[in-house]
Design a protein around this ligand. Structure first.
Ligand code: ZN
Length: 132
């Protein structure tokens, strides 16, 4: 009976997704921090996170919510890739030195222990001198 009512109420509404789940987790984290620190702003922020999650779950504008979730997943994907890159750079820090091309920002990896070298960017052919 109650389940039927809930189902009817949720009909045509967006429901939960990854972004709403992340908002609920963020709200929970803020609330937990508030409990330990008694810093009121954290409590307010946790309520805002819960409020947005609730609004999104009950929203009937399914297209807009889908777009938001897609952007969020793209952001997660980029953040994950960036982290994988940082980790890889860190793991090879003893054998390679990493530079960014000053003109185009291309990442360049040079083997260490060669003294001062002129580096030519493979992307824009800009030349610069660095110590490796
Ligand atoms: Zn370049």
């Amino acid at each position: 009976m109650i389940m039927q009512k809930i189902r009817e109420f949720m009909y045509g509404r967006y429901g939960t997704d990854k972004l709403s789940l992340a908002l609920i987790i963020a709200g929970f984290v803020c609330y937990t921090l508030y409990v330990f620190s008694r810093f009121r702003l954290l409590y307010l922020i946790s309520l805002i996170f819960y409020g947005i999650a609730l609004f999104r779950t009950l929203s009937k504008n399914i297209d807009a919510r889908r777009r938001e979730n897609m952007k969020f997943e793209q952001f997660l994907w980029k953040a994950k890739n960036k982290w994988v890159g940082i980790k890889a750079d860190f793991e090879e820090r003893k054998t390679y030195k990493h530079f960014k091309c000053p003109s185009c920002g291309q990442k360049i990896r040079i083997p260490r222990g060669r003294g001062k070298v002129e580096i030519r960017c493979p992307k824009c052919s800009n030349r610069f001198i660095k110590k490796v």
